[in-house]
Design a protein around this ligand. Structure first.
Ligand code: ZN
Ligand code: ZN
Length: 550
């Protein structure tokens, strides 16, 4: 048998978020990234979603390394779950390690995990794999992609990247390394597809510096900039703007404070001590002398900006003359929450700026021209689009075709679809079952889609519960008892009783002789249909059948 390399995407393909890829040769496995995804707003009560790594369940002992590209949540957020099962070192660059440490400490795992610091440009061996991290520019410093020399050939994984010649940390991408990989011959390229539908080039981070300058020039009162807690590059830019315009900087929001502390200590954030002020001090300072950085750019009600918009922050409130800047893109699904937050901020007298009306955010991901450059630099035999919804992966694949990669050498696949590579072939294997693991409060994986769907229905239409008594002949005895919650007003429910009873009687007649389970199902269906016809709502319908001895 010819030894094959298996690449199994477990997350990030077919969605934006929870990136995780398995690379497997014989008895050796390495994992690239282990991220989370934030739930869409119709997944009620779910905190986070982690990759479904059932595939690894009988292979945990074969895992030799976990490689991390950078410290964004969609790449590291699942480590505190994964590392309970996996006993292998994590390899990452210094800043990434620093930020992972905080997470593991919180999960009380820090002392059980072997963290190994690596630098872009170094080479190390893990089992049969020679690993070469290379520097890429993105929206957090110290990002890498990986060149992985396997027994069947060289694989290049870009991580999240854009070709920014003037990034916020002044460290442009390593073009030379990419060219060198190309010279050695690349078997497969796994590349970021996030912006496959954006023409041209993604603007450089310096554009944001200019945009912020304009905001700082025009703002009369306080400035509040909201972004992600992990967008370290943006924190640097706001700090720089504060210096240029003579304002002091207050940082609020737990994750952002924590990340800032680590990045400053490690030298990845340059913020002079005397620039920073405590959030309690803000009230005593002239509004024109202060800028506040906060979390909550996705409209999350529990983050700083969300609390401000509701007037529920402990030591801060929005006042007339404040300028609030959303310096982040909307994660699909969050637009509604963001818009509500913006409206509330306006109501409280703030002026609000976001990326559609001011250059206060640029994407951290390559647009189409950059993606072409990556493909042309690397010239891979096989192209595997990663990090994107299916439409992004498709478009990325088409781009590859336009650049001369034969269609049969492009694998547009989603999570759970293994690829098998030899030095001259690629095979797409059947997709494995699985997908989401929901993290709900303290529990991991103990609830599934059906629970989420039920919560969704409950929230939208409530529930309707019927208890009926039947005799041995299968006929209704007495009147059914109906209990509802969150469905319609009480008198409206009573008005439905007669019709519901009729529906039950009809179904009992038609379902004579059915077993208990079928009968229950048919009763639920007919009641559901009746309730929908009457109210245009679909509550969760539950029927309890009790038998009499008579
Ligand atoms: Zn990222
Ligand atoms: Zn990402």
């Amino acid at each position: 048998m010819i030894p094959k390399l298996r690449i199994v995407p477990l997350g990030g393909l077919g969605e934006i978020g929870k990136n995780m890829t398995v690379i497997e040769y014989n008895d050796s496995i390495i994992i690239i990234d282990a991220g989370i995804m934030f739930p869409e707003n119709d997944m009620l009560g779910i905190d986070t979603i982690i990759p479904d790594y059932q595939y690894l369940e009988d292979k945990f002992d074969k895992i030799e390394a976990v490689l991390i590209t950078h410290a964004h949540e969609d790449h590291v957020g699942a480590l505190q779950h994964l590392m309970r099962d996996v006993d292998a070192p994590i390899y990452a660059t210094p800043l990434t390690i620093g930020l992972i440490e905080g997470k593991l400490r919180q999960a009380r795992l820090l002392h059980e995990v072997d963290l190994r610091s690596i630098d872009a440009g170094e080479v190390f061996q893990v089992g049969p794999f020679k690993i070469e991290p290379f520097h890429v520019a993105h929206s957090i410093p110290d990002c890498v992609g990986f060149g992985i020399t396997t027994p069947v050939g060289l694989i290049v994984h870009t991580g999240d990247y854009k070709f920014d010649h003037t990034p916020a940390d002044g460290w442009p991408p390593d073009f030379a390394k990419l060219a060198e990989f190309s010279e050695r011959g690349v078997l497969a390229l796994l590349a970021d597809s996030t912006n496959a539908d954006k023409p041209g080039w993604t603007p450089s981070e310096t554009v944001v510096a200019e945009g912020l300058d304009e905001v700082f020039r025009n703002a009369k009162g306080r400035i509040i900039v909201a972004t992600f807690g992990s967008l370290i590059s943006r924190i640097q830019q706001v700090a720089d703007a504060a210096v240029r315009h003579g304002r002091k900087l207050a940082i609020t929001g737990r994750s952002m404070r924590e990340n800032t502390k680590v990045a400053r200590r490690m030298g990845y954030l340059t913020i002079p001590d005397d620039l920073l002020v405590d959030i309690d001090q803000v009230g005593k300072m002239p509004p024109s002398k202060i800028v506040i950085m906060a979390t909550g750019a996705q409209g999350e009600p529990s983050a700083v900006l969300g609390r401000l918009s509701h007037g529920r922050h402990r030591n801060l409130s929005i006042q007339e003359g404040d300028t609030v800047v959303f310096s982040a893109h909307a994660i699909p699904g969050n637009e509604e929450m963001i818009n509500r937050t913006i409206n509330r901020l306006y109501q409280r007298g703030a002026d609000v700026l976001y990326d559609q009306i001011a250059r206060v955010h640029v994407s951290g991901h390559a647009s189409r021209e950059e993606m072409k450059l990556m493909i042309n630099l690397i010239r891979p035999q096989y192209l595997i689009p990663v990090h994107g919804e299916l439409r992004h992966l498709r478009l990325h694949g088409q781009l590859g075709e336009e650049l001369g990669i034969p269609q049969e050498n492009i694998a547009v696949i989603e999570n759970g679809t293994p690829l098998e590579l030899t030095s001259h072939s690629i095979t797409i294997c059947p997709r494995m079952p699985g997908g989401y693991v929901f993290v709900d409060g303290a529990g991991v994986g103990d609830i599934g889609w059906s629970v989420v769907r039920d919560r969704d229905k409950l929230a939208q239409s409530g529930y309707y519960f019927a208890t009926i008594l039947i005799n041995k002949g299968g006929d209704l005895v007495g009147s059914p008892e109906f209990i509802t919650r969150g469905f319609v007003e009480n008198d409206a429910v009573e008005a439905l009783d007669e019709g519901a009873t009729e529906a039950i009687k009809r179904t009992l007649k038609n379902a004579q002789g059915s077993d208990q389970l079928t009968l229950k199902k048919r009763l639920q269906e007919s009641l559901g249909r009746y309730l929908y016809e009457e109210t245009r709502r679909r509550p969760i319908v539950e029927v309890s059948i009790k038998g009499t001895s008579g």
